[in-house]
Design a protein around this ligand. Structure first.
Ligand SMILES: Cc1ncc(COP(=O)(O)O)c(C=O)c1O
Length: 403
């Protein structure tokens, strides 16, 4: 942490919301994916879940690759030292300049439509590509499944896909799917794997199968050990059937950082209504916008309070803006707090900072990391500032020590 930064910031008192991650928890999550009992596998973190450069570098050191869906994240990955062959790229509607760059770099690309395959073939005849396939997603809140989904191609499109590939001498070496997100039912996740392997039978030159997403944020709600064994067994058996070792790519996003961070913010007001209290924070849902996208609220608890007892009515936690939908938490049971106290939002490590929107003009919060040796490091500067360095460090550590 830069002393100069904090010293200069003393006059900016008040805008003090922040994110804080814990390295031990991150290392633990990483280990879950590294210990797969199938040798021919790689893990590519989905950078849309979290694009903090320090955290991505940590994954790189641990041997992870990246899955990116944008040129910006591709360039971020390259700037952090990921080699092009350690990056998987997929998105709908890749632009012609981005396609040119991907082909020139030799990044692994999974193509999403027949039209895109045609465009890619024109630019890079002879290239080896993966194909994004559409399977039913078991995602918690995702209603756009199967043919309704905008992602990938349907099985019925495959004859034409192979025709286009022949025209441009493209080698279709892989299949790529999205299995949904936050899937806690092992059978559902494995059903997605089985369906992917069955569709992969159509691909004579198959070298890899890429399983996007799926893993839940809460470790205790999912049997990772069973998953590891079951997926390894499936890949061993599928490789035997195909007569060659098929490379398995896993693309976790949410599960890598989700439970490793809190978003902490200070109470600025408490309003009483007949049916509830409104606890107002020096922050906004725009700084932790998952609920604005999916109405899936992060759990809230008290980090530091000068009051005692529980609120005697449910609490809505709201932002300090005029936007009528600025709800950070709804109908929560909360210990009493007063202005100046602190609350924290749980499971804030994935799809939280990464989703921040500029709407409502909030100051960007800084991100801190509690290192395994107890040091607290600022891993991304914000536009919001602590009045007091010691208080910021105490709060960051307290957020995790009470977890
Ligand atoms: C292709 C692909 N892979 C991986 C992920 C990461 O998913 P999750 O965060 O559920 O692990 C996503 C998320 O949208 C995705 O689209």
């Amino acid at each position: 942490m830069s002393m100069e930064y904090l010293t200069n910031s003393r006059e900016h008192m008040g805008d003090s919301a922040f994110y804080v991650y814990e390295e031990n928890l991150i290392r633990h999550n990483i280990e879950r994916f590294k210990s797969l009992p199938y040798d021919n596998a790689s893990v590519h973190f989905a950078s849309m879940a979290n694009d903090n450069p320090v955290l991505l570098s940590m994954l790189k050191e641990e041997g992870f690759g990246l899955f990116v869906n944008s040129r910006k994240h591709l360039e971020l990955g390259l700037s952090l030292g990921f080699r092009p062959d350690q990056i998987v790229f997929a998105s709908t509607g890749i632009s012609a300049p981005t396609m040119r760059l991907l082909g020139k770099l030799g990044v692994r690309v999974n193509i999403d439509s027949r039209g895109q395959l045609e465009q890619f073939g024109q630019q890079h005849p002879g290239y080896s590509l993966g194909i994004r396939l559409n399977i039913d997603e078991k995602s918690k809140n995702n209603v756009f499944i199967g043919a309704e989904s905008r992602i990938g191609m349907l099985e019925s499109e495959l004859p034409e896909v192979f025709e286009i590939a022949r025209k441009y001498n493209l080698k279709l070496i892989g299949t790529h799917v999205y299995l949904g997100t936050d899937v806690t039912c092992l059978e559902d996740l494995l059903a997605g794997v089985d369906k992917t392997l069955a569709l992969s039978d159509h691909f004579p030159d198959l070298e890899f199968v890429d399983l996007g997403g799926g893993f839940p944020i809460q470790e205790e709600r999912f049997d990772f050990e069973q998953y590891r064994l079951a997926v390894a067994e499936r890949l061993e058996s599928y490789s035997r059937k195909r007569g060659r070792s098929i490379h398995l790519v896993l693309e976790p996003g949410r599960a890598v950082f989700g439970n490793t961070a809190f978003f902490c913010a200070q109470v600025t007001d408490v309003k009483e209504r007949p049916d509830r209290y409104l606890v107002c924070l020096n922050a906004s849902a725009t700084l932790i916008p998952r609920a604005m996208f999916y109405e899936d609220y992060n759990p809230v608890s008290v980090l530091r309070s000068s009051a005692t007892g529980e609120f005697d009515k449910p609490v809505d936690v709201v932002g300090s803006t005029t936007y009528s939908r600025d709800f950070i938490g709804r109908k929560v049971q909360l210990r009493q707090v007063k202005p100046g106290d602190w609350v924290k939002l749980h499971y804030a490590g994935s799809y939280c900072y990464a989703m921040i929107t500029r709407f409502l003009g909030q100051a960007m919060p800084p991100e801190y990391l509690i290192r395994s040796n107890g040091d607290v490091e600022m891993i991304r500067e914000g536009e919001s500032f602590f009045a007091d360095e010691d208080e910021s460090l105490d709060l960051a550590v307290a957020a995790h020590s009470q977890a």
